[in-house]
Design a protein around this ligand. Structure first.
Ligand code: C2E
Ligand code: MG
Ligand code: MG
Ligand code: MG
Length: 278
């Protein structure tokens, strides 16, 4: 009946919204089915220092949908977050990580620390936190092997509570990185509330910075603030050699981006590490 109330009121059931909702629900159902069927995996993108040595990896979720092929995380992570499936997905991805790390070890390779992305929806409820910690323990994923990346988001007030999951993870020795710094909710207020090991500057500021005085000033300031707070600075989305040079000149510690390497499937990652460690 929303449609009959005139053009100034909300049109709750327009065909477009109906279609978007239908697609979302379908994706959600596919995800629920796919979680038990080994459809989710991780790709790995290396982080490089100024000497172009690999110092870390970021694990990025991928979904091989039986009909649609590869689905990007920008499409399925929000669906997972809104439906609560992110909790189950997070646990599944930790198991995938364990399997991949064992695979690397079986090939005689040493793996640098792997950064796992964590959504706030995974950290909110005590039961979910407990299951996550239990999974880390069961899989023997310790602070030497994994760290976590977080983006500030709404609902972040939780951070003021001493039992906050962030502090629990830090108390266990896990390193934390602030992801996408400078965008959305990831702000200076965040830096004051938690002491993280790493700060990841969003690619919005990084891409093309060598040619933009404003971006250069902003990134330079972020590097200075982060270093003053004893954080390691990671630049995301480094694509251009000129940007790499500018970042190194500014003292940026680590760089990640297509200019160095795209996210790789585990076996490709093994080959890359193998070549570097030969
Ligand atoms: P993010 O954590 O900021 O990850 C970086 C994204 O930037 C990745 O996209 C990566 O492929 C992309 N990227 C890397 N280098 C470049 C570059 O040089 N240029 C450009 N244009 N892009 C670059 P991806 O893999 O599609 O992931 C998107 C987002 O999805 C991630 O952003 C993260 O927020 C979320 N995500 C991915 N995996 C997971 C996961 O396992 N759990 C959770 N909770 N979120 C995840
Ligand atoms: Mg990330
Ligand atoms: Mg990021
Ligand atoms: Mg992001």
């Amino acid at each position: 009946h929303a449609k009959q109330t005139g053009k100034d009121s909300f049109q709750l059931f327009t065909p477009e919204i109906g279609e978007a909702l239908r697609q979302r629900l379908a994706l959600e159902q596919d995800m629920r089915d796919g979680l038990g069927q080994d459809q989710f995996c991780l790709f790995y993108q290396p982080q490089y220092d100024a000497q172009r040595r690999i110092q870390g990896l970021e694990a990025l979720a991928r979904w091989r949908h039986p009909e649609r092929g590869w689905v990007a995380p920008v499409e399925f992570i929000p669906v997972a977050e809104n439906s609560g499936l992110i909790v189950e997905l997070g646990l599944v991805l930790l198991a995938v990580l364990r399997r991949d790390l064992d695979g690397l070890r079986a090939q005689g390779l040493t793996c640098p620390p792997v950064a796992v992305n964590l959504s706030w929806e995974q950290c909110r409820k005590p039961l979910h936190r407990e299951r996550f910690l239990q999974q880390l323990k069961t899989l023997r994923l310790g602070p030497g092997e994994v760290e976590f990346e977080l983006t500030e988001s709404a609902g972040f007030e939780d951070i003021d509570k001493p039992d906050s999951f962030v502090f629990t993870l830090q108390g266990l020795g896990y390193g934390l990185a602030i992801d996408d710094f400078g965008t959305g909710y990831s702000s200076l207020a965040y830096l004051r509330r938690i002491r993280c090991r790493k700060l990841k500057i969003d690619r919005l500021f990084v891409h093309g910075l060598s040619a933009s005085a404003d971006s250069r000033t902003l990134v330079e300031s972020m590097v200075r603030v982060a270093h003053a707070m004893r954080m390691v600075v990671v630049a995301e989305g480094v694509e251009l050699p000129a940007d790499e040079a500018a970042l190194i000149a500014m003292g940026c510690d680590l760089m990640q981006g297509f200019g160095f390497c795209k996210p790789l499937a585990p076996q490709q990652m093994a080959e890359l590490l193998g070549a570097a460690q030969a």
